[in-house]
Design a binder for this molecule. Sequence first.
Ligand code: HEM
Length: 488
Amino acid sequence: MLPPIPVLADYGISPTHGFLPSTLPLTRLPDPYYNKWEAIVANLQALILSRRLRGVIDRLPVLSTVGLEHDAEWRRAYSLLCFMAHGYIWGGDSPSDRLPPQISIPLLDISRHLEVPPVATYAAVCLWNFKPLFMDEDIDNLENLATLFTFTGAIDESWFYLVSVAIEARGGPIISLMLTAIAAARQNDSAVVTRCLRTFAERLTDLTNILQRMHESCDPVIFYNRIRPFLAGSKNMGEAGLPFGVIYDDGTGNDKYRQYSGGSNAQSSLIQFFDIALGIQHRPTGEKRDAASDSDSRGRSAKHNFIQEMRNYMPGPHAQFLEDVSRVANIREYVQEHTEDTQLCLAYDACLAMLSAFRDKHIAIVTRYVITPSRQVRARSRSRSPEVARRPLNLAIASRKSEGKSQKGTGGTALIPFLKQARDETGEPAVEEWTKRFMKRQVRKEGSGDFFLGKEDEGAPSETEDVEVKGLAGTWTMEDEVGGICSY
Ligand code: HEM
């Protein structure tokens, strides 16, 4: 018997807004017992700026989670504590490798309850961190969104989170649409499958358009130097000042260092759902197509699969949903069994092409927001200017530390090749000959000729460069063409 098609309500997924919560995020915890947390986060930017956050948190009482009732309250408490935690770790001249019991005890408790790791995940900073400006307007419109929390108070930071919120909201209805397509494929109802795929492809274009709007209000230099450092995790952060990770001090004295990835959109369940629904497979990072069957690479089956690992950073029920959908996903096979149905094949290929285009735009964004600024920081650090010497030790300057040190042999994966691999894998299941050719085309060097990227030499990194660059959740080498195993 075929496994049942998952029901959204069983996983807390909204039919209209997908992985965003059905109940809007709360703007305050209702129990006044939590006023102290609320007061700190309401003044977070000032406390970070004045370097007083750590002192204020150290003087807090350890609050219990007994006052949290509904899920929305648990979610707000999680975001509050994650913002406090990352402000505490990264908001000083050097990072703190210890989180005090005032944060650790409730945060660990809340993480267990919500089935999320105790770090600022995509859920903490995007999914559960927005409000509509006007209640009678939809939240898939960037003009109707505001954030609840930021580290910096900069509009660039709000915009960075809100672009993702709008993408999640606009993409949400695709989830039930594709579950309908899966059910229709079981019934051999090709007309319904085709209709669902066409709508999916159109929606994907909307999502790419929203993604492109990142450039409107998020400045790459501010993103790289001011925002990204606060989102950093504790894994592979030696260069940034956390060689062992972070101790979550729960007052018992038995705590060990923990290491977690930082918050990244790679933790979005929506994009992974698209891959699963279309039958796109992401191989371990750096592994070529058909390499799994090579005798040479068979022994490397335990290679690191970054995209798969990011599921550990999604809320538990969302990760479970992806697992359960994987068991019933049948669209790719259905299309392959009906290659004579041109309308069906065209609609399927259109989805692959649109998702690949989304990833293309994303690569251009990563080039502009991560690769280019990291080169500028390295260039400045070579000049050893007093400005560089004064800067606090954090993620923004971490890559300059590895200057001159070859990363070859560390097993590091280059960031852009990783993203290109994910993009290329998106096109692999294409059915129609024309689409196959189109998807295999030599895509122009990412970003070159892109209006926002300026001159070609300011865009993608040179192929000879060999330096570590911190992404959001991952640590990557900066080589353009060299793949390999991810560095952790
Ligand atoms: C300024 C904006 C953005 C930057 C700088 C950025 C940066 C990155 C980086 C560095 C990675 C590699 C993994 C890591 O180290 O975390 C990544 C992966 C990823 N990002 Fe983004 N990102 C941005 C916006 C977005 C948005 C808005 C989305 C969509 C919701 C998104 C979706 C993804 C996905 C799905 C991956 C995993 C790779 C893949 O599936 O293709 N990103 N991003």
